[in-house]
Design a protein around this ligand. Structure first.
Ligand SMILES: [Zn+2]
Length: 272
């Protein structure tokens, strides 16, 4: 499993090139995109052919996490004849939100197949398993765990799918990636993290503290969570404009009891 950072910015920033959140997870032929925030489409298109994505999972409906679905939809609709389609797992209001933005009923449906997210969603996408948990941020925000499925487990899961057993169990302890989305309570992420997982977490307020009602995390929150859950590594993202990067990395590593933490940027690639 590989992680490629497409975009890692917050809602606004003075950092040149810091486009909205977007992370590509690949495993063999399977390509799963987590979020597609403002300005991230061009980076995505420069990384792979967007119409070949196995699926896209959207954490929540803030523009820095989903608004480049608009250029993606235009691309799928107008670049190909016949138009192509991509499957999205997203908060239920996504279709209505995009259609309203364009004042065009049916805008999304022309190229996007939307599956509503729910707390506890557990789904096989090619050779990857996607789990979703609701987190404190907007009233319909999710964090994700993505893990590879080995061949024998995949056979079992495929059979379960065919007989209509909706639950997915038994990918075992294969290390995965947990992505926080935006999250105002670190404890919400705890059930998703298995020992050895890589934690890709927002650290919006850097050295903190997080102002009341902001519904984001800081270095101490992320570090303590990673240590408690036994994460193997911490990747940090979504740092607000003007915050100290090196100090945030150091504070997170310190709070995590020495687990390495670093901020990611577009173009970064990691082997998991
Ligand atoms: Zn947000």
């Amino acid at each position: 499993m590989k992680l490629t950072v497409i975009g890692a910015g917050p809602a606004y920033t003075d950092r040149v090139g810091a486009v909205g959140a977007s992370y590509l997870v690949t495993s063999g032929e399977t390509t799963l995109l987590l979020d597609l925030g403002h300005g991230a489409f061009a980076n995505l298109a420069g990384t792979l052919e967007p119409s070949t994505l196995s699926a896209i999972a959207i954490s929540h409906l803030h523009p820095d996490h989903f608004i480049d679905l608009v250029p993606l939809r235009h691309y799928l609709r107008y670049e190909f004849h016949p138009p192509r389609r991509v499957t999205l797992l997203a908060p239920a209001a996504l279709t209505e939100r995009l259609d309203a933005l364009l004042a065009q009923p049916g805008f999304s449906a022309e190229s996007l197949d939307v599956v509503p997210l729910a707390d506890g969603l557990d789904r096989v996408i090619g050779t990857l398993r996607l789990e979703a948990r609701k987190v404190t941020h907007t009233d319909d925000s999710y964090a994700f765990r993505v893990s590879p499925i080995n061949a024998s487990a995949y056979e079992t899961l495929a059979v379960h799918r065919r007989v209509g057993d909706g639950g997915v169990t038994g990918s075992g302890s294969t290390p995965g990636l947990v992505y926080s989305g935006d999250c105002g309570r670190a404890a919400d992420l705890r059930p998703l993290i298995q020992p050895g997982d890589l934690l890709l977490s927002e650290v919006s307020f850097g050295l903190g503290p997080v102002p009341p009602g902001a519904f984001h995390l800081d270095a101490d929150d992320v570090g303590a969570l990673a240590a408690e859950a036994g994460a193997s590594r911490i990747l940090l993202t979504h740092l607000l404009s003007g915050r100290d990067r090196a100090a945030t990395e150091a504070a997170t590593t310190r709070a995590a009891g020495g687990i390495s933490a670093r901020l990611v940027d577009p173009g970064d690639r990691f082997d998991l």
